[in-house]
Design a protein. Structure first.
Length: 202
């Protein structure tokens, strides 16, 4: 059985902890072809400003639609299959990036954006203030990457944290029963992942 490839986060062939790129650029580099199913070692936020097609995540199909945010955890199998040139951005980051730039692990784990019990439904971001926020955030992150001082990644991390909080609020609150179910699902999948890795070391 062919193994699904797993990729680290790279920019210009160099391993990095953060990257941002436009979906237009990715589409042009691939000549409009769909990528093959694969996994990442990092978190992925795909902001779809416009586009059509299908995004397969863990073997479930979700439509590529404008004004939606697709959220992926490390290790998820996915395949992005646009039927036309999309617009938007891909924000990519590792856990190490959060640790290095004062986004505490506690803050991150208290979010349920990346939980797997809610499946992988893209998050609608359709309010006027959301659209303006996403445009401003993308612009700031790209501009900060052009800076040469050591503070640029701290600025990016601060804006990433703002984005995660906004997404969390857009998801709404869970009740206690949902929290308990999600906690159990997460524990089970973590155990499965540990057993899987140990098995493949043998």
């Amino acid at each position: 059985m062919e193994q699904i490839p797993r990729y680290p986060l790279k920019h210009k062939e160099e391993i990095v902890s953060f990257a941002i790129r436009t979906l237009e650029q990715a589409y042009e580099e691939s000549k409009g072809r769909s990528d093959n199913p694969h996994r990442h070692d990092f978190y992925t936020l795909l902001w779809i400003k416009s586009g059509q097609g299908v995004h397969t995540i863990d073997f479930m199909d979700y439509p590529i639609k404008k004004h939606h945010l697709h959220i992926l955890r490390p290790g998820q199998v996915h395949q992005f299959k646009p039927s036309q040139k999309p617009t938007g951005v891909a924000i990519l980051f590792t856990e190490e990036f959060l640790d290095l730039h004062a986004v505490s692990r506690g803050f991150f784990t208290n979010l349920y954006l990346f939980d797997d019990c809610d499946q992988n439904q893209p998050l609608p971001m359709k309010k006027a203030e959301d659209l303006s926020f996403m445009d401003d955030l993308s612009y700031i992150m790209f501009k900060e990457l052009e800076q040469t001082d050591t503070l640029s990644y701290d600025v990016i991390a601060a804006h990433l944290k703002l984005l995660l909080v906004r997404c969390q609020r857009n998801l709404g609150l869970r009740d206690r029963k949902q929290e308990e179910v999600c906690s159990l699902v997460k524990e089970f999948k973590d155990l499965v992942e540990i057993e899987f890795r140990q098995f493949h070391k043998v």
